[in-house]
Design a protein around this ligand. Sequence first.
Ligand code: ZN
Length: 143
Amino acid sequence: MFPQRGEASLRRIIRRYRLGYVLSILLWCIGFCSVFVVFWEIWSELFTDSFSISALWNILWTEEVNIFPGLVFKPISFVILAVVAWVSGIAVFMFSRQWFYVPAGRLNLQCPFCKKYWVSDSDRGQVLCPHCRHLVHPKLKRR
Ligand SMILES: [Zn+2]
């Protein structure tokens, strides 16, 4: 990605967006709540002798969950909601973190002609020597 010299003078830092973190935590909570609702509604049917994955699948699609009077959902709706909330929570979390590169502090550069030093905060390859005014590739001296 970066040339060897450039990589040595760059530092990888991360920027976090707090709103994104809050949103992703919120989405994860929504996911857990909906799984909890499903579990709460069907747990009595989970611990039976005839339990199997297909029985669970059947329960998810046929059972009815009453959150409020008159408002009925199939448990599968909550499972889908949980998956959607978790996936978008992860996506928001990923986009809330941004990596970028900054110079890792001041650098000492040495002119190959006049052998004098000067300080710069980045190593950009060819630069004008401030002492002898030659266009040079300065030698890098780490402080
Ligand atoms: Zn010079």
